[in-house]
Design a protein around this ligand. Structure first.
Ligand SMILES: *Cc1c(COP(=O)(O)O)cnc(C)c1O
Length: 355
């Protein structure tokens, strides 16, 4: 089987794969209701969130559906959204705002550039919501949310976080950051199957009821109303729910997000040091990247396709740079059911291809 070093979908553990084979189930039966309730509770437990203040809304769709549901359900018609971009997914947040005609301004940074708090922000008036990506998978940069969250709290601004590639493996300080919504997915750090995504919402943010419905399928209040009663407005992807339920148990038993971060950090350090020994340099400074994914400069004299195909022939799938990064970078993610041996064999394979 191929070892997936792309940022999701990830290699499944046998336990999660087997969960896909559970009995067929109607989404209007009590057993589905219990399954969905369990998942919603376990998602809150990862960051110790009380169900009185927070709710997990579970959707059938990829991570982008959760982003779109978050932005369209939480920014009121009278509100104004500031979007901080430093990569493809930040730009995607802007696309969503454009498509739905949401009043917004976007502050563009170079891809991979650090977002520095405050500079030039005085020009932004009447901002009610601020959206950004936590781990910007384009470059591997883990955006430093804390100072931005403090700015938001001081200015009465609600935070919308795309945590699709960080939820379950990086710190998200729900208690102190003014988060209204946090979008994430089953098939990245949580090690589930693609097809389920979710938004963690602050209940107050939905109950304010200031948002007129913009979307039929991606409306969080509609889902929340049904899910609180154990139902669902639309057919959910039952098998991927089974897999997520199992993946969440595996995640909790291993020690939750802190243990997963330690695991990913360990793997990434091996990859980073191993590649440095081969003369392959990371894009970002030490400490700038997430534990999940790092971007690396393609070594002189080798293009992405050659490296990709050489590694694929040896059983490893790496990931290209996006857009303008395609010619100069490659990316390695360390999520999924990998072993230390896989990482050692990867480094040996890179060495073989480069020599
Ligand atoms: C993967 C990812 C998404 C969602 O991508 P899908 O292809 O819709 O699953 C969104 N944001 C970030 C930061 C991601 O890494």
């Amino acid at each position: 089987m191929e070892i997936l070093l792309n940022p999701g979908p990830v290699n499944l553990s046998e336990r999660v794969r087997k969960a896909l084979l559970k009995p067929d189930l109607c989404h209007r039966e009590a057993e589905f209701s219990q399954l969905q309730n369990r998942i919603r509770e376990k998602l809150l437990r990862i960051y110790d969130l009380p169900a009185t203040g927070w709710a997990a809304v579970v959707l059938t769709g990829s991570g982008t559906s959760a982003m779109e549901a978050m932005v369209t359900s939480l920014v009121p018609q009278q509100g104004k959204l500031l979007i901080l971009e430093n990569g493809v997914y930040g730009e995607r947040l802007t696309r969503i705002a454009e498509i739905y005609g949401i009043n917004h301004v976007s502050l563009r940074h170079e891809w991979g550039e650090e977002i520095k708090i405050g500079k030039g922000w005085a020009q932004f008036k009447d901002i009610t919501h601020l959206a950004l990506v936590h781990h910007e998978t384009t470059s591997g940069r883990l955006n430093d949310i804390r100072p931005i969250a403090e700015y938001c709290a001081a200015n009465n601004i609600s935070l919308l976080l795309d945590a699709v590639s960080s939820f379950g493996a990086e710190e998200i300080d729900f208690a102190n950051w003014p988060i209204a919504g946090c979008a994430a997915t089953a098939n990245k750090c949580l090690h589930g199957v693609p097809g389920t995504s979710f938004v963690i919402v602050r209940r107050e943010a939905l109950l304010e009821g200031k948002v007129s419905q913009r979307s039929l399928y991606l409306d969080l209040p509609t889902y929340l109303t049904h899910q609180e009663r154990g139902g669902t407005p639309f057919t959910q992807s039952v098998q991927t729910f089974y897999a997520l339920d199992e993946a969440l148990d595996e995640h909790a038993e291993a020690g939750s997000w802190q243990a997963r971060r330690a695991c990913f950090r360990g793997r990434m350090e091996t990859v980073r040091n191993g590649l440095l020994n081969l003369g392959v340099k990371p894009l970002l400074e030490e400490g700038g990247s997430s534990c999940v994914l790092n971007a690396f400069h393609l070594p002189d004299g080798i293009d992405y396709q050659t490296l990709h195909d050489g590694l694929k022939a040896r059983g490893f799938i790496i990931y290209a740079g996006q857009g303008e990064f395609a010619k100069t970078l490659f990316r390695i993610s360390v999520m999924g059911a990998l072993t230390d041996g896989d990482i050692e064999r990867l480094l040996a394979a890179v060495e073989e291809i480069l020599s």
